[in-house]
Design a protein around this ligand. Structure first.
Ligand code: SF4
Length: 369
């Protein structure tokens, strides 16, 4: 029996990323590939984005034709948290660096099918809220398209999903996602919609897709690549991240454990409480910490400092100071709290301006709560 399970709908157990790479048939992103990509981003250098599918082919296409598409979306069912912020900031930098076409499909329908207790209208409401956050993070209208599945679905995407669906069998869906007969048919059909999102730039704009996701979304890639081959389309490539550690020490931030994640709408007080309660790699007493040092490798506080805020130099220093016992967890937590509260305050101000821009990206006049 597997010691862990990773699907778009649940992550169970302690994930062994080496085994997951083999299990999913992914390739590791090595230094040579980062050099070839010529995008020495911190999240690549720190192996937060650790795995890929056919990234080398995308690099080749870019060198030959100067253009590819990025697809990165959001399954909306709640406000976004810091792992989503990290992903979209990376996506927007990647788009700018390569002058890529960006497609952002928002799949509140998927979450509506998957989540007990999520109403249809709430799923739609979160789709809009999430889009406002993504705009606030810097989404640029130039060379970008956004789709909200149940609000702005168009004939091109649905038509493509219908064509693809005819070549995707129920047995494939069950094998890839582990669905049972008791699960609703929305979940069984959704992979055709998802494959249409992924292949839309290839079919409509003749651009190969590079899908930027966290690794739990990889089953969608398998369906999309499989069906692309059946239609003789360029198989979509992927850049996949590991999970951002949960503050409470879990493998992944989780909606069922509210203190494991920091959401963009958290108040400063709540941020303080969450970080103060966070798991660390530190020792139980100051004296022991000074004498033996901490373990930054297992510490979510360290991870947030390094992935969100520190420069490469600062990250190296923090690592050394932690291991030497020069840095204490209390000080480290206070510093992180201040950094996150500052970020969220600035994000909130950008968000207020982003509300006015939403109609530049989607036509949602008709949506009434
Ligand atoms: Fe984590 Fe900071 Fe404590 Fe080191 S000093 S274990 S990085 S909280």
């Amino acid at each position: 029996m597997n010691e862990f399970i990773v699907t778009p709908y649940s992550v169970v157990g302690k994930v062994n990323y080496d085994k997951l790479i083999k299990q999913f048939g992914l390739s590791l992103i090595d230094d040579r590939l980062i050099e070839e990509l010529n995008f020495p981003h911190k999240l690549l250098l720190f192996k937060y984005f650790f795995a890929h599918r056919d990234l080398d082919k995308i690099i080749r296409v870019y060198k030959e034709n100067g253009k590819f598409a990025i697809v990165s979306g959001r399954g909306a069912s709640e406000h976004i948290h810091l792992a989503h912020v990290l992903l979209f900031k990376f996506v927007l930098e990647l788009q700018r660096r390569f002058n890529a076409f960006l497609f952002v499909p928002i799949s509140e329908d998927e979450k509506y099918f998957a989540k007990q207790g999520l109403s249809f209208n709430d799923a739609r409401k979160y789709a809009i809220e999430n889009l406002i956050d993504i705009i606030a993070l810097g989404l640029d209208k130039k060379d970008t398209e956004v789709l909200i599945d149940t609000l702005t679905m168009n004939a091109k995407i649905y038509g493509l999903a219908a064509k693809l669906a005819k070549k995707i069998t129920l047995s494939t869906i069950k094998a890839v996602y582990g669905f049972s007969n008791e699960q609703n048919i929305g979940l069984h059909f959704f992979p055709a919609i998802q494959a249409a999102h992924i292949l839309y730039p290839t079919v409509e704009k003749d651009l190969p897709s590079l899908v930027v996701i966290s690794v739990d979304q990889d089953p969608h890639m398998r369906i999309a690549r499989d069906v692309a081959a059946k239609f003789s389309l360029f198989k979509p490539a992927a850049l996949e991240s590991r999970f951002l550690k949960g503050l409470t020490g879990e493998e992944k931030m989780s909606a069922s454990e509210p203190y494991s994640a920091i959401y963009v709408n958290d108040t400063p007080e709540l941020v303080k409480r969450k970080i103060w309660k966070a798991f660390t790699g530190g020792k139980p007493t100051v004296e022991e910490q000074r004498r033996y040092g901490g373990k930054p490798g297992i510490c979510p506080v360290y991870e947030y400092h390094v992935l969100f805020f520190d420069t490469l130099e600062e990250a190296k220093k923090r690592n050394t100071r932690c291991r030497n016992g020069d840095l204490l967890c209390g000080d480290c937590k206070i510093e992180l709290t201040e950094r996150i509260i500052k970020f969220l305050k600035e994000h909130k101000a950008k968000r207020e301006k982003a509300v006015d821009k939403i109609h530049e990206f989607v036509d949602i006049e008709e949506f009434q709560q």
